[in-house]
Ligand binder design. Structure first.
Ligand SMILES: [Zn+2]
Ligand SMILES: [Zn+2]
Length: 129
């Protein structure tokens, strides 16, 4: 069981599945929703996550659903109906993010020129699995 939650502890989740992949996302929507230059996401099969304490506030933007803690605002989840079998959580909301390092970069077309990571991971202009 993989567990995680928000900064204040009001919203917690547990996932009963192995992660499918882990990625950095450089897209502008993730930047604005997080206030950070890049967001690391971990992908799980849809339906494998259970909210074990509280529930996220779900915001629909650009036909995609983002979940935040309603108390502290921590970005927690992402769901795109165009990719119905995947459900994403922010890697850094996991209780042990060190176990799931990102394996690639998505939406590099939006990458900020002043933000660079020292890695040789695959870089995708847009989205790639
Ligand atoms: Zn919270
Ligand atoms: Zn993104």
């Amino acid at each position: 069981m993989i567990t995680g939650g928000c900064l204040c502890g009001a919203t917690r989740y547990a996932i009963d599945a192995q992660p499918r992949c882990t990625s950095y996302c450089h897209c502008e929507d993730c930047r604005r929703a997080s206030g950070a230059p890049v967001v690391a996401w971990t992908f799980f099969p849809t339906g494998s996550l259970e909210w074990t304490k509280g529930a996220p506030k779900l915001l629909s933007f650009a036909e995609r659903e983002r979940g935040f803690c309603p108390e502290c605002g921590t970005p927690l989840s992402f769901y795109d109906p165009a990719i119905p079998d995947e459900y994403e959580v922010t890697t850094c909301s996991l209780d042990d993010p060190s176990l799931l390092p990102p394996r690639d970069h998505n939406w590099v077309v939006d990458r900020l020129p002043w933000f660079e990571t020292a890695d040789s991971l695959p870089r995708h202009e847009h989205y790639s699995e």
